[in-house]
Write a protein that binds this ligand. Structure first.
Ligand code: CP
Length: 321
């Protein structure tokens, strides 16, 4: 594959290959020199039209650990603010020899447009587009769950029960997770107030519940989603207090989860709304671990898209056979 636009584009074998490659990349992070020469001479452009902390920084760290040259482009402070189009921005990057473009955009479909337009010749990686998809987030979430809930390398998530809670309507993380988790054999339940459930959800490979309490005892992972107030009309939303009371994860609710079950959050978190500080800071919450795993996943994605057949892979301990 040349691009990564949707988690739905990945077969089970594709997904397990990325997760297993990320395990190899994680071993690089444990070495005194956290760097591989695999992408030396290649250029990765981070093209961010929307704010980001974790995704932008971890793609930069991933590309640098693979020895690529990295160009960071933020729409704020660029000629986009003078009205320059996506096409002209892409043509400018192509003229600078981008081998891969990692794009975050407020419009759903912008990465697909970039990948199919012919404006650029390199690989396109979707780093989150509107309310559509965030495939590397779903991959790092699956990587985290696989490490915590299964035997790890070589495994999928067959039979694991994953509950996604909150603002499903606006969540690209939820859409990518539902697609990837079902490909990996997990059973997914979405929990949200009726006003934050998307139209057409009946066609998704998951169940829907309007109540959180009944599903806690049977969940292996409970993923809390950020309430995206910036994308919301007031009518969609109960009061903050009411939301926290019905859908927030606090210590009492966490205690009702099985002992082995984990709490996840993609970040950024609204502490006090979808998750209490007690839960966010507990050892059962994987939010920080997810960030660490994100670097390994993004290294794996860049490596497989740009350099997967290069001999430099032999420098990774326990390389694939
Ligand atoms: N999880 C996530 O995408 O975070 P950022 O918006 O900070 O990249």
């Amino acid at each position: 594959k040349r691009h990564l636009i949707s988690a739905g584009d990945l077969t089970r074998d594709d997904a397990v290959l990325i997760l297993d490659t990320a395990e190899e990349m994680a071993r690089v992070a444990d070495r005194p020199v956290k760097k591989l020469p695999t992408l030396r001479g290649r250029t990765v452009v981070n093209l961010f039209f929307e704010d980001s902390t974790r995704t932008r920084i971890s793609f930069e760290a991933a590309a640098k650990r693979l020895s690529a040259d990295v160009i960071n482009f933020s729409a704020k402070g660029s000629s986009v603010s003078k009205g320059e189009s996506l096409k002209d921005t892409a043509l400018t990057l192509e003229a600078m020899g981008a081998d891969a473009v990692v794009i975050r955009h407020h419009d759903s479909g912008a990465p697909h447009r970039l990948a199919t337009s012919g404006w650029i010749g390199g690989s396109v990686v979707n780093a989150g587009d509107g309310t559509h998809e965030h495939p590397t987030q779903a991959l790092l979430d699956a990587f985290t769950m696989r490490r915590r809930l299964t035997g790890g390398e070589g495994h999928d998530l067959s039979g694991r029960r994953v509950t996604l809670v909150g603002d499903i309507l606006h969540s690209r993380v939820a859409r990518s997770n539902v697609r990837l988790l079902s490909t990996l054999g997990a059973h997914v339940t979405l929990v949200a107030p009726p006003t934050l459930v998307p139209v057409g959800v009946e066609a998704w490979p998951c169940e829907v519940s309007y109540a959180l309490d009944p599903v806690l005892a049977t969940s292996d992972a409970v993923m809390m989603l950020r309430v995206q107030r910036e994308r919301m009309k007031a009518a969609y939303f109960p009061t903050e207090r009411e939301y926290a009371r019905r859908y927030g994860l606090d210590g009492d609710r966490m205690a009702r989860m099985p002992e082995h079950a984990v709490v996840m959050h993609p970040g950024p978190m609204n502490r006090g709304m979808e998750i209490t500080a007690e839960v966010a800071d507990s050892p059962r919450c994987t939010a920080v671990e997810q960030v660490t795993n994100g670097v390994s996943i993004r290294m794996a994605v860049l490596y497989l898209l740009l350099g997967g057949s290069e001999p430099a892979v032999t420098t990774v301990p326990a390389a694939r056979t």
